[in-house]
Design a protein around this ligand. Structure first.
Ligand code: SF4
Ligand code: SF4
Length: 456
């Protein structure tokens, strides 16, 4: 009986299925609110339009990425790579300071698992013990109804997640077409929706915490990133040990504060006992802090026997201070953020590349002028067509276009071939820098520099 109380797992087909007890408490309430905000953002972002584009788009297939109205094309890959680098450094820095708090409080896997799917399970099947009982019992009408309705809701939500996920990948407009137009016109899209639906369903109905404890590489990195100053969910063994059950009329003076009730283990969604020390499986969900605090309140002991502690505090009572590692990562983060912001600031809506045509050098003309032949490529990174003029910055220069397109299609490319003609008398050296401007509405929207060759 004691073992059943302390353990929230049941062995089935080689896997320990975890039945965490329904958590409650101050931190759980905060987590709920954080998750509502994050879920709202997650579901809303691909359906909100800003500057004619959805707020966030990660279209890897067409290599188009949109963040808050800014369109990033393959030419901006360096910016995308830098943004990914910032995200990784941020997570590393965050982990060094606050342990795996991201996993428990902000990771979509945990939020969906603990705040959506698990709560549906509690609602339909009851708390951990009732769930265990239901799983162990023979199939009858009640079990069929409960299991059926639970899995139907799981599938429905997985369908919603799959659609949202695809909206991020292919765009909400394309998704709308897949949903509203005949299936025969969008067979791949239709199959993708169902494939992702079943993947999400499988993850949240069966794989569950294995994603965090075995599959996710971030959990494995934890051991490398954490140090004795990192704040993590930890059991204060100096205070808790020697643990022992509360006994009526027996003096507990020689015992620690842990009454070995097992509640912290029962609520743990990854099935671990935090009293055994820092473990890879701990996702810092803080459910054990809440449950232990409830116990401490009942037995009139100070709260936070399990709490946010750094190892130096637990072992040597040293207060929390940022480690050198944390300062180092924070400094790198600031530098990369600065570089990224300046690149974004300098980024032009139209990217222009001008190259001298291969196999040509310069042409001397009978009218006392010299010309060079160029190829130019103009890429429009906006979702609006742009009427433009292409000029040299030097007003004395003449441009003779082979073909004269004047409109840059939205998110499109225009190729120009042209001669740049200069007066021979104005040439002072063999290699001269030339600056070209692209103008729209009398404003310079892009500039580029190349060289002009001629004998002086
Ligand atoms: S909940 Fe607190 S008192 Fe109960 S076993 Fe865990 S650490 Fe000990
Ligand atoms: S040990 Fe505590 S914080 Fe860690 S996963 Fe389990 S319940 Fe969450």
């Amino acid at each position: 009986m004691k073992a059943a109380l302390k353990n929230n797992t049941t062995k089935a087909k080689g896997r320990n299925f975890i039945y965490p007890k329904k958590p409650s408490g101050k931190l759980y309430t905060y987590r709920k609110w954080v998750s509502y905000v994050l879920l709202l953002l997650l579901f809303a972002c691909p359906f909100i339009k800003f500057n004619g584009e959805q707020l966030v788009l990660l279209n890897f297939i067409e290599r188009k990425f949109v963040f808050f109205g800014l369109i990033f094309t393959p030419q901006d890959f360096y910016l995308f790579a830098l943004a990914m680098l910032i995200f990784i450094i941020f997570i590393v820095c965050f982990t060094v300071i606050l342990g795996r708090l991201w996993c428990g409080w902000a990771c979509p896997q945990t939020i969906f698992m603990e705040m959506v799917f698990r709560r549906i399970e509690y609602w339909i099947e009851g708390d951990a013990n009732q769930q265990k009982k239901l799983d162990a019992q023979e199939w009858d009408t009640t079990k069929v109804l409960k299991k059926g309705s639970k899995h139907f809701l799981f599938l429905l939500i997985s369908f919603g997640i799959a659609n949202t996920f695809l909206a991020y990948l292919i765009g909400s407009d394309t998704l709308y077409k897949i949903i509203t137009e005949p299936v025969s016109e969008h067979v791949t899209g239709f199959l993708s929706i169902w494939l992702f639906t079943f993947i999400f369903y499988g993850v949240f109905a069966y794989v569950r915490e294995v994603v965090c404890t075995v599959i996710c590489p971030y959990g494995r990195l934890q051991g490398v990133l954490l140090d004795n100053q990192s704040l993590i969910v930890a059991y204060n063994e100096q205070r808790g040990e020697p643990r022992g059950h509360l006994q009526r009329n027996v003096l507990n003076a020689e015992k620690g504060d842990c009454i070995d009730c097992g509640l912290c283990v029962q609520v743990c969604p990854t099935g671990i006992d935090i009293r055994k020390g820092t473990q890879l499986e701990c996702v810092n969900c803080t459910a054990c802090i809440d449950s232990c605090n409830e116990v401490m309140l009942k037995i009139n002991r100070p709260s936070n026997l399990i709490g946010f502690y750094n190892q130096d505090f637990i072992q040597h009572q040293k207060p929390f201070k940022l480690s050198f590692k944390a300062y180092g990562y924070a400094a790198v983060l600031v530098v990369v953020l600065f570089v990224f912001s300046s690149l974004i600031y300098k980024r032009q809506d139209v990217e222009t590349t001008v190259l001298r045509a291969s196999g040509t050098l310069y042409q001397t003309r009978n009218d006392g002028t010299v010309s060079n032949l160029y190829n130019a490529e103009l890429i429009n990174k906006t979702n609006k067509a742009i009427k433009f003029q292409f000029k040299s910055q030097n007003p004395e220069d003449q441009i003779e276009f082979i073909q004269v397109p004047t409109v840059l299609p939205k998110e499109g490319t225009v190729h120009l071939t042209f001669f740049l003609v200069k007066k021979a008398a104005s040439i002072k050296k063999y290699k001269t820098d030339v600056v070209f401007e692209v103008k729209a509405n009398n404003q310079i929207i892009s500039t580029t520099t190349t060289t002009f060759f001629s004998q002086p």
